[in-house]
Design a protein around this ligand. Sequence first.
Ligand SMILES: O=C(O)CCC(=O)C(=O)O
Ligand SMILES: [Fe+2]
Length: 251
Amino acid sequence: MSLELTPDHLQQYARDGYTIVRSAYTAAECDNFVLYMLDVHAGRIQIEGFGPREPDDWNRVISRNLHHPLGLAWMLDARLRQPLQTLLGEEPDGVQSMYFYQGSEQRRHQDAFYLPGCMSAWVALQEVNAQNGSIAIQVGSHKKPLIHKQDFREDADGSKGRWHGWNQDDTFDALFEQNGLPEISVEAQKGDVVFFDGRLIHRGGPILEPGSFRHSWAGHYIPRSYNPWPYESYPRLRVSFDGVCRFTPTH
Ligand SMILES: O=C(O)CCC(=O)C(=O)O
Ligand SMILES: [Fe+2]
Protein backbone atom coordinates (compact mmCIF):
# COMPACT_ATOMS: atom_id res chain seq x y z
CA MET A 1 0.00 0.00 0.00
CA SER A 2 1.27 3.48 -0.84
CA LEU A 3 0.10 7.05 -0.96
CA GLU A 4 -0.69 7.99 -4.48
CA LEU A 5 0.84 11.10 -5.94
CA THR A 6 -1.24 12.28 -8.88
CA PRO A 7 0.21 14.24 -11.80
CA ASP A 8 -1.25 17.36 -10.11
CA HIS A 9 0.68 16.61 -6.91
CA LEU A 10 3.90 16.15 -8.86
CA GLN A 11 3.36 19.31 -10.86
CA GLN A 12 2.62 21.34 -7.73
CA TYR A 13 5.66 19.96 -5.91
CA ALA A 14 7.95 20.82 -8.82
CA ARG A 15 6.45 24.29 -9.28
CA ASP A 16 5.70 25.36 -5.69
CA GLY A 17 8.05 23.19 -3.62
CA TYR A 18 5.27 21.46 -1.71
CA THR A 19 2.14 19.41 -2.14
CA ILE A 20 -0.56 18.07 0.17
CA VAL A 21 -1.99 14.55 0.14
CA ARG A 22 -5.30 14.70 1.97
CA SER A 23 -6.46 11.96 4.36
CA ALA A 24 -3.23 10.01 4.05
CA TYR A 25 -3.64 8.61 7.56
CA THR A 26 -6.83 7.51 9.33
CA ALA A 27 -8.21 9.41 12.30
CA ALA A 28 -7.59 6.34 14.45
CA GLU A 29 -3.89 6.25 13.49
CA CYS A 30 -3.50 9.93 14.32
CA ASP A 31 -5.40 9.64 17.61
CA ASN A 32 -3.32 6.64 18.60
CA PHE A 33 -0.06 8.54 18.00
CA VAL A 34 -1.32 11.55 19.98
CA LEU A 35 -2.36 9.40 22.94
CA TYR A 36 0.99 7.60 22.87
CA MET A 37 2.93 10.88 22.90
CA LEU A 38 0.78 12.22 25.74
CA ASP A 39 1.51 9.00 27.64
CA VAL A 40 5.24 9.39 26.96
CA HIS A 41 5.06 12.99 28.13
CA ALA A 42 3.33 12.05 31.38
CA GLY A 43 5.51 8.98 31.99
CA ARG A 44 2.62 6.54 31.64
CA ILE A 45 4.71 4.98 28.88
CA GLN A 46 8.38 4.94 29.81
CA ILE A 47 10.99 5.08 27.08
CA GLU A 48 14.60 5.79 27.88
CA GLY A 49 15.54 9.29 26.77
CA PHE A 50 11.96 10.51 26.27
CA GLY A 51 10.52 11.73 29.52
CA PRO A 52 8.58 11.98 31.65
CA ARG A 53 8.57 15.74 31.23
CA GLU A 54 7.54 18.66 33.37
CA PRO A 55 3.77 19.12 32.96
CA ASP A 56 4.17 22.42 31.12
CA ASP A 57 7.06 21.35 28.88
CA TRP A 58 5.44 20.96 25.48
CA ASN A 59 8.58 21.57 23.42
CA ARG A 60 8.89 19.49 20.30
CA VAL A 61 10.55 16.08 20.51
CA ILE A 62 13.44 15.82 18.06
CA SER A 63 14.74 12.36 17.14
CA ARG A 64 17.99 12.03 15.24
CA ASN A 65 20.17 9.34 16.75
CA LEU A 66 17.60 8.12 19.26
CA HIS A 67 14.11 7.16 18.09
CA HIS A 68 11.14 6.08 20.15
CA PRO A 69 9.36 3.05 18.68
CA LEU A 70 6.23 4.71 17.33
CA GLY A 71 8.16 7.66 15.89
CA LEU A 72 10.43 5.20 14.10
CA ALA A 73 7.40 3.32 12.80
CA TRP A 74 5.93 6.58 11.46
CA MET A 75 9.24 7.62 9.93
CA LEU A 76 9.48 4.29 8.08
CA ASP A 77 5.79 3.87 7.29
CA ALA A 78 5.68 1.84 4.08
CA ARG A 79 3.12 4.20 2.54
CA LEU A 80 5.70 6.99 2.46
CA ARG A 81 8.37 5.07 0.64
CA GLN A 82 7.15 5.37 -2.94
CA PRO A 83 6.14 9.06 -2.81
CA LEU A 84 9.44 10.01 -1.17
CA GLN A 85 11.34 7.98 -3.73
CA THR A 86 9.49 9.76 -6.52
CA LEU A 87 10.06 13.23 -5.05
CA LEU A 88 13.71 12.67 -4.08
CA GLY A 89 14.43 10.80 -7.29
CA GLU A 90 16.07 8.06 -5.28
CA GLU A 91 15.48 5.63 -2.45
CA PRO A 92 14.92 7.67 0.77
CA ASP A 93 16.73 7.32 4.10
CA GLY A 94 15.05 8.75 7.22
CA VAL A 95 17.41 11.08 9.12
CA GLN A 96 15.19 12.86 11.61
CA SER A 97 11.68 13.13 12.95
CA MET A 98 10.00 15.76 15.08
CA TYR A 99 6.85 15.53 17.15
CA PHE A 100 5.06 18.79 17.89
CA TYR A 101 2.60 18.97 20.77
CA GLN A 102 2.01 22.62 20.01
CA GLY A 103 2.68 25.03 17.16
CA SER A 104 6.34 26.01 16.99
CA GLU A 105 6.20 29.66 15.88
CA GLN A 106 9.68 28.85 14.63
CA ARG A 107 11.13 31.66 12.54
CA ARG A 108 11.65 31.36 8.81
CA HIS A 109 14.19 28.77 7.78
CA GLN A 110 15.14 26.16 5.20
CA ASP A 111 15.37 22.61 6.53
CA ALA A 112 18.17 21.88 4.07
CA PHE A 113 20.29 24.48 5.88
CA TYR A 114 20.27 22.16 8.90
CA LEU A 115 19.98 18.88 7.03
CA PRO A 116 21.52 19.28 3.58
CA GLY A 117 19.76 17.38 0.83
CA CYS A 118 16.60 16.75 2.85
CA MET A 119 12.90 16.88 2.15
CA SER A 120 10.06 16.67 4.62
CA ALA A 121 6.81 14.81 5.19
CA TRP A 122 4.76 16.83 7.69
CA VAL A 123 1.56 15.30 9.06
CA ALA A 124 -1.33 17.04 10.83
CA LEU A 125 -2.47 14.75 13.66
CA GLN A 126 -5.40 17.05 14.35
CA GLU A 127 -6.88 20.04 12.55
CA VAL A 128 -4.19 22.69 12.11
CA ASN A 129 -5.22 26.29 11.55
CA ALA A 130 -4.51 29.87 12.60
CA GLN A 131 -5.87 29.22 16.11
CA ASN A 132 -3.31 26.56 17.01
CA GLY A 133 -0.62 27.68 14.55
CA SER A 134 -0.44 26.66 10.93
CA ILE A 135 2.80 26.45 8.97
CA ALA A 136 3.55 29.23 6.52
CA ILE A 137 5.56 28.61 3.38
CA GLN A 138 7.00 30.83 0.68
CA VAL A 139 5.65 29.30 -2.50
CA GLY A 140 8.38 28.56 -5.06
CA SER A 141 11.28 29.53 -2.77
CA HIS A 142 12.86 26.10 -3.30
CA LYS A 143 14.08 27.37 -6.68
CA LYS A 144 15.80 30.35 -5.09
CA PRO A 145 19.11 30.33 -3.17
CA LEU A 146 19.74 28.00 -0.26
CA ILE A 147 21.60 29.40 2.74
CA HIS A 148 24.54 27.22 3.76
CA LYS A 149 26.53 26.95 6.99
CA GLN A 150 29.66 28.11 5.18
CA ASP A 151 27.93 31.40 4.27
CA PHE A 152 28.55 32.49 7.88
CA ARG A 153 32.21 31.51 8.00
CA GLU A 154 35.37 33.49 7.85
CA ASP A 155 38.20 31.41 6.46
CA ALA A 156 41.81 31.46 7.63
CA ASP A 157 42.75 33.68 4.66
CA GLY A 158 40.18 36.27 5.83
CA SER A 159 37.64 35.58 3.08
CA LYS A 160 34.11 35.92 4.39
CA GLY A 161 30.96 34.01 3.50
CA ARG A 162 27.96 35.74 1.92
CA TRP A 163 26.13 36.10 5.27
CA HIS A 164 29.13 36.52 7.57
CA GLY A 165 28.27 38.59 10.66
CA TRP A 166 24.50 38.17 10.22
CA ASN A 167 22.15 36.75 12.79
CA GLN A 168 21.17 33.39 11.30
CA ASP A 169 17.41 33.85 11.74
CA ASP A 170 17.56 37.26 10.10
CA THR A 171 19.19 35.86 6.97
CA PHE A 172 16.12 33.80 6.14
CA ASP A 173 13.91 36.88 6.45
CA ALA A 174 16.32 38.75 4.19
CA LEU A 175 16.29 35.95 1.64
CA PHE A 176 12.49 35.81 1.90
CA GLU A 177 12.31 39.53 1.03
CA GLN A 178 14.85 39.14 -1.74
CA ASN A 179 12.88 36.25 -3.28
CA GLY A 180 9.76 38.43 -3.53
CA LEU A 181 7.43 35.42 -3.65
CA PRO A 182 4.09 35.03 -1.86
CA GLU A 183 3.76 33.34 1.52
CA ILE A 184 0.74 31.16 2.26
CA SER A 185 -0.55 29.44 5.39
CA VAL A 186 -1.09 25.71 5.13
CA GLU A 187 -4.27 24.65 6.83
CA ALA A 188 -4.57 20.91 7.22
CA GLN A 189 -7.06 18.38 8.48
CA LYS A 190 -6.27 15.41 10.66
CA GLY A 191 -4.38 12.85 8.58
CA ASP A 192 -3.22 15.18 5.80
CA VAL A 193 0.46 14.99 4.83
CA VAL A 194 2.41 17.92 3.40
CA PHE A 195 5.47 16.97 1.38
CA PHE A 196 7.92 19.81 1.04
CA ASP A 197 11.31 20.50 -0.46
CA GLY A 198 14.11 21.12 2.07
CA ARG A 199 15.01 24.37 0.32
CA LEU A 200 11.53 25.84 0.77
CA ILE A 201 11.44 28.81 3.16
CA HIS A 202 8.85 28.13 5.85
CA ARG A 203 8.03 28.93 9.46
CA GLY A 204 5.69 28.00 12.27
CA GLY A 205 2.87 30.53 11.92
CA PRO A 206 1.48 32.66 14.76
CA ILE A 207 -0.66 30.92 17.37
CA LEU A 208 -3.88 32.86 17.97
CA GLU A 209 -4.86 30.69 20.91
CA PRO A 210 -1.72 30.43 23.05
CA GLY A 211 -1.32 27.13 24.85
CA SER A 212 -3.57 25.22 22.45
CA PHE A 213 -2.43 21.83 21.25
CA ARG A 214 -1.37 21.29 17.68
CA HIS A 215 -0.30 17.69 17.47
CA SER A 216 1.73 17.16 14.33
CA TRP A 217 4.70 15.17 13.18
CA ALA A 218 7.42 15.66 10.60
CA GLY A 219 9.86 13.19 9.07
CA HIS A 220 12.99 14.29 7.24
CA TYR A 221 14.56 12.25 4.47
CA ILE A 222 17.62 12.34 2.22
CA PRO A 223 18.50 10.40 -0.93
CA ARG A 224 20.39 7.22 -0.16
CA SER A 225 23.49 8.25 -2.12
CA TYR A 226 23.63 11.72 -0.52
CA ASN A 227 26.55 12.09 1.88
CA PRO A 228 27.44 15.75 2.56
CA TRP A 229 27.04 16.50 6.22
CA PRO A 230 28.18 19.75 7.86
CA TYR A 231 28.57 18.57 11.46
CA GLU A 232 31.91 16.90 11.17
CA SER A 233 32.20 15.64 14.71
CA TYR A 234 28.66 14.26 14.84
CA PRO A 235 27.92 11.16 12.83
CA ARG A 236 24.42 11.08 11.38
CA LEU A 237 22.22 8.04 11.77
CA ARG A 238 20.20 7.25 8.69
CA VAL A 239 17.60 4.53 8.49
CA SER A 240 16.35 2.95 5.29
CA PHE A 241 12.76 1.81 4.78
CA ASP A 242 14.10 -1.74 5.12
CA GLY A 243 15.12 -0.80 8.67
CA VAL A 244 18.85 -0.82 7.94
CA CYS A 245 20.74 1.70 10.10
CA ARG A 246 24.06 3.25 9.18
CA PHE A 247 26.03 6.41 9.75
CA THR A 248 26.67 9.01 7.10
CA PRO A 249 30.43 9.08 6.56
CA THR A 250 31.93 12.17 8.10
CA HIS A 251 34.21 14.26 5.94
O1 LIG B 1 5.41 22.55 12.49
C1 LIG B 1 6.03 23.60 12.63
O2 LIG B 1 5.61 24.52 13.32
C2 LIG B 1 7.34 23.80 11.94
C3 LIG B 1 7.62 22.64 11.07
C4 LIG B 1 8.96 22.67 10.46
O3 LIG B 1 9.67 23.63 10.45
C5 LIG B 1 9.40 21.43 9.83
O4 LIG B 1 8.69 20.42 9.86
O5 LIG B 1 10.49 21.44 9.25
FE1 LIG C 1 11.36 23.27 9.19
